[in-house]
Structure formats: C-alpha cells, structure tokens
Design a protein around this ligand. Sequence first.
Ligand code: ATP
Ligand code: MG
Length: 624
Amino acid sequence: MLKLKRKNFFKTINFKIALVFALLLVITLEIVGAIFVRQLETKNLQQFKTQVQIPTYIDNSLAEQLSANNTTKANSQIKTILSDYNNSNIDEIRIVDSKGTIRGTNDVNDQSIVGQKTTDRNVKNAIYNNRSYTKNTYDTQNNGRYYISIVPLYSSNSTGNNSQLVGVLYVRANMKSVYNTINSIMSIFALASLVAMALGLGIAIIIARAITRPIEEMKRQTQRIARGDYAGQVRVYSDDELGQLAGAINNLSIRVEESQESTEAERRRLDSVLAHMSDGVIATDRRGNITIINETASDFVDVTAEKAIGNSILDMLKIRDDYSLRDLIENQDELTLDFSSNERDLILNAYFSLIQRESGFISGLVCVLHDVTEQQKIDNDRKQFVSNVSHELRTPLTSLRSYIEALSDGAWKDPEVAPGFLKVTQEETDRMIRMINELLSLSRMDSGTTRVDMELVNINEMFNYVLNRFDMILKKDDNPAKYYTIKREFTKRDLWVEIDTDKFTQVLDNIMNNAIKYSPDGGVVTCRLLETHNQVIISISDQGLGIPRADLTHVFDRFFRVDKARSRAQGGTGLGLAISKEVVQMLGGRIWVDSVEGKGSTFYISLPYEPYEEEDLWDDDSQA
Ligand code: ATP
Ligand code: MG
C-alpha cells in the first residue's frame, strides 16, 4: 500500500513541479557558483602574483652580484640579500646565473646545491630563450599547489638600460593560502546554496501543492460525477485558469445531473409504459439474448424477468426448432405461437421488428406478443356456430322432405298415415321456426339491440306464478308421462328486484322445462329463493340425469347438448340455456350449474338486489 503510494507520488504533478524547480535552482546555482569561483580564483591569483613578485631593487642588486667577478663574494652577498628578504608566501628563491649554475637559495637547509648546475628544464629554457616563465603546478608529493615564476635578470650598464642577461630568478611560492581562502569561500557558498536549495524545494512543494490541490479536488469531483453522485461542488480558490476550470466542472456536474435526471425520467416513463401494456414486449441484443422483458411478456412465457434476461429469445418463445435468429431478422413476419398448457389456453401473435442504427447496423430485435386467445376462440366459435346452424337446419329439413316425398308419392291418399305425416311436418316446421326465432333473439342480444324493460318486481310472487303454471300443466293432464312434484322453499321476506319480467320468465321456463325434460323418472323439483345482503339467489334442483363433469362448463354454449339424439327427440334446440345466460347477464346477474351425473342437477341464478326498507318504497312512491 505504502509502496503503491510512493510509486504514485513520483507520477504526481506535485512531484514534477518540485523537481523542475529544484533542478532549475541547482542549475542556476551551479552556473553562478562556477562564474563566481572562477572570478574569485583569478582575482586572488592576480593578487597573489603581485604579492610574490620580487621587488625591483632586489632584482637589481642580485643582477649586480651576478655580474660581479668575484664569485665567492658575490655568492655570500646573494645569500645575505636573500636571507634579508622575507616573504611568507615564498617557499624558495633560487638564483641561477647565465651559465646554469645555481648561485644561491634562500633555503637554509639546502645550501649544498649552491655551485651546482641546475637540472630544472624550465630554468634552462628561460636562460636559453631569454624569457620569463610562470607556471602553476600541483605537487603530488607535498600535496600542494605551487606558483613558479622564472624571471631573467639583466646587468645594468652605465646608461642605466638593462641589456645583458646575467641569470634568472627562480621563485616557488606555495599557493595554499590562496586556495584556503577560495575553499573557505566556496564552502560558505556551498552551504548557502544548500540552504537556498532546501528553501527553494520547500517553496516549490508549497507552490506545487497550491496548484495541485484544486486539481486534486476537481479529480475527486469528476470521479464522484462518474459514480453518479452530483451533490458535491468543487471549491473555487481563485479567479485564474484553475478557478475557471473548477467553475466549468461545477457547471458540468449540474448539466450531467439534469440530463441524467431527464434520461432517468424518460426511462421510468418507458418502464411504466412497458409495465402497463397489455401486450408483451421483449427486446434483445444483436445475438438475440433478452435485454428487456415486460411483465406481460414474462407472464405469457411463464418465466420471471430475472430468469429470462440473458437467455435467447428463441428458447423463451420455444421456436428454436423451427426458426433461427437469422429467420427472425430477415423476414419479420408475424408468428402464431401456442402457449396453451393444462391450466390455461394461450395463443400469441408475435410481431418482430429490428432495432437498427442510422448506419444500418442491427443492434437488436423487438418482439411484441399479442394475446389472441379470445379472438381465436371467437373465430372458432363463429365457425362452429355456422356449422351448427347449418346442421341444425338440415336435419329437420331432410326429415320434412322425406315426409313430403312420401305424401306426394301417394301417401296423402291413405287416411291412416297422412294425418300422422302432416303432424310431423308441422312439428318439424314449428321447431325450425322456434329455433330461428331463438337465433334471432340471440343475435339481437349479441348486437345489443334488444330492449330491456326493467321494472321493480316482487320476485317471490313472480317465481310462484311461473311454478303454478307447471303445476297446472300436470293437473290438466289426466295421464301424464311422468310424475313430478314441485317443492317451494322461499324466504319469508318479500324481495323486490329490478328485472325484465318477460325475459326472466323465459329463463325460468327454460330451466324448469329442462328439469322436467331431463328427469325421465320424474321426481321432486326443488325451487328455492333466498337473499344475501346484496343478491337474490334462485336455485332449481332436479333428481334427473345430471350432467357429466366435463360438460358442466359447456351447457351454456349455443347448440350444446349432452346427448344430442335424446335432446333433439324431445324437441330441444340446444339454445335455451345460451339464451338464459345472455338474459341473466343483461340483467346484471350470473347463472351457473352444479350437478352429479345420475343424481340430478341444480341451476343457480343470482340477481343484484338492494334491500329496500318499507318506508323507502313509500318515500319513492310519494316523490314520484
Ligand atoms: P331447448 O332448451 O333449446 O329446447 P335443450 O334443452 O336441449 O333445448 P338447453 O336448454 O340449452 O338446450 O340445454 C342444453 C343441454 O344441457 C341439454 O341438451 C341437456 O343435455 C343439458 N341439460 C340442461 N338442463 C339439464 C338438466 N336439468 N339435467 C340434465 N341435463 C340438462
Ligand atoms: Mg332447454
């Protein structure tokens, strides 16, 4: 962690600025120092040279001694002159005559060299070339710097002009003092430089901080924006470029937030549109994997949205065996898919369209699933209905035709059979008329053109009236085919219900007729009337054939008959319950059946009911 931080630190602008500052400072100090030291050295050397220059009067007296004839005397004179001359900077003064013989030295311990030939090449050169010579040397033995000066000495003649070379003056001076001064000055300078550098570095770091801190803050703010947190604002420290940048970032974060909000709102709107659509919508990516699936679609395919996302649409729609993704992309026809299962019928129409970019690049597929189960059912019902009607009409017509043929073939003359035949034709015609009337009334109810005359009726009385008629039929018949008893179990309370009396009578008639018709051995028909707090319930139970379980849902379908042959033989058309259902629904009620095959059936009708208090009725009347 620390290592990482350090590594990152070297990459920071902070470090780079400090480094540049420090480098600039070092370079400047180096250049200034170099010039300064050079100047100092030159100046000091100049000064040193003047310090170690042998005064002219000594030169002259030495030249004089060199030109003297008495060598021994001259040598002792020279020795005196040299020992008299005192210059702390000078290590050695040596006098060499024009022949190269050493004539004197100020070195007390080295007097033995006097009288010997010089071995110094520079001295020899100076004599030979009649020229002065100076040199700075470094003596590795003594570890010191020396200044060597070789100056020619000339004898002075009567005119006072120097003319003839008599020897050279060799001076060797130790420059230690000079370099000591330079070194001490240099060390002061170096120290000052170090202090300056440390200070400079410190200042550089502070300045760099001042620059990088706002940058750092801006960086953090942009990272927050990237994370979707727009709450923060960058502090604007100054009015310079960085300050303007900070302002721009603040502005940007507001803009991004606004546009983010509007996209979010857009997305929510789309989501809610998708969620509330009655059609299923599935969107996929380029590879046909589901990216969006709305609730309706996931209900249709019976897979939760979470599970569906990422799966292939081919698998979700169970069409992998018949279609490839390419098929769907290339011809976006509508498909009819059967999603029916044991629990439900479900037929879907699937429409496909492409999600295409402007460049033509296909980035996905949208599939809209439309539930056409009802439509298909209606379609099938209609086809079934047409075929039923034709069939129902053909049967009586065929039998009519055969009777009429028989009559015209001569049976009309036979008084034994003719009346019977004519009776059958009349019955068949009646049945056809009845059926056509029933169909017409059904069709009127379908198209909504039936008039309903609602009136407030005492349902107890009305039901009783209908049942009385059935009792009468039984009484009138002296020798009925079967005996049945009608039992009434009515509530004591008078129930007033709003109904269309004619139509409702028709419903009760049909159910009563059925109860008697489909109870070959007669039995008890129990008729009940009771009320709940907002419903009136009528039930009619018989002890007849009953209805097989599987047919319970179908008895209200048009032309449906459990046993076609028997029902038709009894003159049934199979439309009675269908009409009853339509009528009850028109009155705002419900009709259903409960039955055990072989034991009997119970038909129920419920009608909406508002329990009126007696006073309310009177109030209504008085107001009317
Ligand atoms: P229609 O009433 O038009 O003369 P239908 O009685 O055959 O003819 P529906 O009243 O619609 O027609 O009855 C449909 C079928 O339901 C009948 O054919 C019969 O098979 C069955 N069904 C109706 N009521 C009973 C019942 N009480 N017991 C047994 N089966 C019944
Ligand atoms: Mg019937």
